[in-house]
Design a protein around this ligand. Structure first.
Ligand SMILES: [Zn+2]
Ligand SMILES: [Zn+2]
Length: 162
């Protein structure tokens, strides 16, 4: 980026309030990158435009994957409860039976989960001991936790500040 494209050199932004903010160097959140960078925004998570783009692609992949799984799960649950519902309907044309949120949890469907760290496409199976596991590895979990902690501190400081 040439100096003329830098918004901070825009005369309207220069001086008073807008200074180029530079935080302490941090590590890029994207899995497989590992580069250190000096953020120009407090909430910056990635070292470069490239990594931001990769994270965006990853989010799309994740969303598609989750959609497929929930569709699959929904169809399965529908098939399971189909007979039950038919009987219900025959019994009487009643107000809709309250739908339980837990529906479908009775019969455990084991899906392979994908890691929640941006850029990580690894999958894992949730075990009974950690049914809420979200990351493929300790490293991924720590990477995301560090970022969330940092952002929480930042928000707290900002709301406490003048
Ligand atoms: Zn990066
Ligand atoms: Zn991972």
């Amino acid at each position: 980026m040439g100096p003329s494209e830098d918004p901070s050199t825009n005369p309207q932004n220069q001086g008073t309030k807008r200074r180029t903010w530079r935080g302490r160097s941090r590590v890029c959140l994207l899995k497989g990158c590992g580069r250190k960078f000096r953020p120009d925004r407090p909430w910056a998570r990635y070292c470069s435009e490239h990594c931001r783009e990769q994270a965006r692609i990853w989010r799309q992949w994740k969303a598609r994957r989750q959609y497929r799984q929930s569709e699959h799960g929904r169809q399965k649950r529908q098939a399971q409860s189909h007979r039950y519902r038919v009987r219900q309907k025959l019994r009487k044309k009643q107000k809709r039976a309250p739908r339980s949120r837990r529906e479908g949890h009775r019969k455990r469907i084991y899906f392979r989960c994908s890691c929640d760290r941006p850029g990580c496409y690894d999958e894992f199976q949730r075990s009974r001991r950690s049914p809420l596991q979200r990351f493929c590895s300790h490293a991924c979990r720590r990477a995301v936790e560090r970022v969330l902690e940092r952002e929480r501190h930042w928000r707290e400081r900002r709301s406490a500040g003048p």
